[in-house]
Write a protein that binds this ligand. Structure first.
Ligand code: BEZ
Length: 225
């Protein structure tokens, strides 16, 4: 019995970005003026995220939540940049609604991507989900301008921005030490020594201690705490 699966190739020309790729630079019109992505990020980290449309309920909560977490992003040296295919005047008016309903002040730029330049560059339109609206794509970009994380959520599911902060903590930690973070890890908890480090070397590199559960499963206290 053969099960037939029908694929749509309507997006076959889109270039997908993958982890480790260079995050493409662009210039764009935003609620805070013209922005060059690389200049905006400077030497820090970045979160570039899209949402389907202005004046929609889930997006309103997402942008509000991001604004509420301003200090948390700043503490991690992360700049945030939102993308929407709606025009600038609509963004500006919607920001008033976000501030009012989410009790916050939107404090990051929102790109007016009417020509879908950024959406196409970052493959944020998934035609089999919607032909016109961007999905909820989110890219974390490192100081080296490489893509460190990609998540894609459907329009109906708002993202968890505390999880985004948790991933940033993990990325920033693992960039500086030969460790990885286990499932559900939270800042301050023990981390895992990467398999490339021998147990003998790990004992020297991680003076706070080493717990060897299996030869391949070795924990150490978070080294940068
Ligand atoms: C929203 O942001 O609320 C939304 C947008 C598109 C489809 C469904 C929900």
């Amino acid at each position: 019995m053969v099960d037939y699966v029908y694929f749509s190739f309507s997006n076959q020309n889109a270039m997908s970005l993958r982890l480790g790729d260079v995050a493409p630079n662009f210039k764009a019109s935003t609620t805070e003026g013209e922005i060059d992505l690389y200049e905006y990020l400077g030497t820090g980290w970045g979160v570039l995220f899209s949402h389907p449309a202005d004046f929609t309920p889930v997006c309103t909560t997402e942008l509000g939540r991001t604004a509420q977490l301003k200090d948390e992003f700043a503490r991690r040296n992360v700049k945030v940049l939102a993308v929407s295919v709606d025009p600038l005047d609509k963004h500006q008016s919607w920001v008033n609604d976000i501030n009012e309903t989410q009790s916050t002040t939107v404090n990051f730029p929102i790109i007016a991507d009417q020509d879908r330049k950024v959406a196409d560059l970052y493959d944020m339109i998934h035609p089999n989900a919607s032909a016109t609206a961007t999905v909820r794509s989110l890219f974390i970009i490192g100081p080296d301008k490489l893509v460190k994380l990609i998540i894609t959520y459907p329009a109906s599911t708002g993202r968890n921005f505390v999880e985004v902060l948790r991933v940033i903590d993990s990325l920033q930690l693992t960039a500086g030490y030969q460790v990885a973070t286990p499932a559900d890890w939270q800042e301050g908890q023990d981390v895992i020594v990467v398999p490339a480090v021998s147990t003998e070397d790990a004992q020297k590199k991680f003076p706070k201690g080493l717990k060897v559960v299996k030869p391949y499963l070795r924990y150490t206290p978070q080294p940068n705490k």
